[in-house]
Write a protein that binds this ligand. Structure first.
Ligand SMILES: *Cc1c(COP(=O)(O)O)cnc(C)c1O
Length: 403
């Protein structure tokens, strides 16, 4: 390395430099091709350089980039209406990121109880293994020590219980509880999906205790699991929901959705964002929904997910020394590794396939939703090669150790 980097050294970056993408492929500066099943951590929902998104963004770029929320912003009403018509929600607040969507969700829940005369009800129950972002409030909500350490006192009002433990949820409820916050499928935490029964039970607990139910669908939403939103599988709806990542297809865009009742405390002046709902973001968000909400698109996601599911199940059977378990939902796929997940990830990268590490020794595959069955099989073949190499290496090691 010649000069020290001018950047914060907060990321452990892989030594890869991509300059161009096309569909599910990324191309390095020296022309090498990688199958991108990381998809910018579930952001590139329609892959790279999707013609419809390029058209939407460039057309808007020639008109107006930014206005501020002092005026009606082109595209906000349209995207807001499409989101409310396709979901439980009546109201939408646009943000630039997932953490900001969560901040809005947390503020909406607290403000709801405040406006009902209960300012003391500001506690939110969250779950172990959660990830809700990196702001001061969302690291407190996520509750992970590695993200909290050194950043001063943990923001108050977040009470964490084990994932899937209903008795612990009930025991954590007090007169100060405002809401329950959960990812229907945990992403960073290791692709753990809440059961349908668990989500239904949370809905009932909220109804029985006057609590608001908040879903964080920043990663699992917008078609990722084969439904528009993951909670649809359970047949329950939240009162508030945070959305981001896939909805922007690569343009920074998030949204907080709420029912009329849940949003009733958010009066003029209570919240705002300079960039949130910017015209460029609205143009791209609308274009993403043109594709994701088109007839048959989610069927396609479910079909391709099945190809992955079956292929990975057989790889798990063939390589029990490498793969422990396959988890997740739809195209939010987790491979729990028997060996350190970093080694499997590296072996996959050697086969020019990109994934994302997650907690609990899991590798995430988050292929673009436009991935074809053929591309899925190409990815499976590469994972198979990676597993074969690792398997051979294990055999050699065992032999050298005289076992
Ligand atoms: C990525 C993520 C966030 C944070 O989103 P940012 O855009 O990075 O702020 C929050 N919740 C979940 C479930 C996520 O996956």
């Amino acid at each position: 390395m010649a000069e020290a980097s001018p950047l914060y050294q907060t990321y452990m970056r892989a030594p890869l430099r991509f300059e161009r993408g096309e569909g599910v492929w990324l191309f390095t500066e020296n022309g090498e091709r990688y199958l991108d099943f990381a998809a910018g951590v579930a952001v590139n929902s329609l892959g790279h350089a999707h013609p419809h998104l390029i058209e939407a963004l460039t057309a808007q770029a020639g008109k107006v980039w930014h206005l501020s929320n002092l005026y009606d912003v082109p595209g906000q009403e349209t995207l807001g209406r499409r989101l409310t018509e396709a979901t439980f929600a009546d109201r939408v607040f646009f943000t630039n990121s997932g953490a900001e969507a969560l901040e809005c969700a947390i503020k909406t829940a607290r403000r709801y109880h405040f406006s009902k005369g209960h300012p003391e009800r500001f506690h939110i129950i969250t779950f172990e293994g959660a990830f809700h972002g990196r702001t001061i409030a969302t690291i407190a909500a996520g509750g992970q020590e590695k993200y909290l350490e050194g950043f001063g006192p943990k923001a108050p009002g977040f009470d964490q219980v084990p994932f899937g433990d209903l008795d612990a949820v009930r025991a954590a409820i007090t007169d100060a509880t405002a809401a329950i916050l959960i990812e229907p499928v945990q992403g960073e935490g290791g692709l753990r999906a809440a059961s349908n029964e668990f989500l239904r039970a949370l809905r009932k607990i909220c109804d029985d205790n006057g609590l608001l139910l908040i879903f964080d669908e920043v990663q699992c939403g917008v078609g990722r699991t084969g439904k528009f939103f993951a909670h649809e599988w359970a047949g329950v709806t939240p009162d508030i929901m945070a959305v981001a990542k896939g909805i922007g297809g690569g343009f920074p865009l998030g949204a907080c959705l709420a029912t009329e009742e849940a949003a009733s405390g958010m009066k003029a002046g209570t919240h705002g964002s300079t960039y949130g709902g910017n015209p460029l973001a609205m143009a791209v968000g609308n274009a993403v929904l043109d594709v994701v909400l088109a007839d048959g698109f989610l069927d396609h996601v479910r079909d391709v997910a099945l190809v992955f599911r079956q292929g990975l199940a057989s790889l798990k059977d063939r390589f029990p020394d490498i793969i422990e378990e396959i988890r997740g939902e739809g195209l939010m796929i987790g491979i729990k590794a028997k060996i350190p997940n970093s080694e499997l990830l590296m072996a996959m990268r050697d086969e020019h396939l990109l994934g994302v590490p997650a907690g609990d020794n899991v590798i995430r595959l988050l292929p673009p939703l436009v991935t074809t069955a053929e591309e899925a099989r190409e990815g499976l073949a590469r994972i198979e090669k990676a597993a074969e190499h690792l398997h051979e290496k294990l055999a050699v090691t065992a032999q050298n150790e005289g076992r």
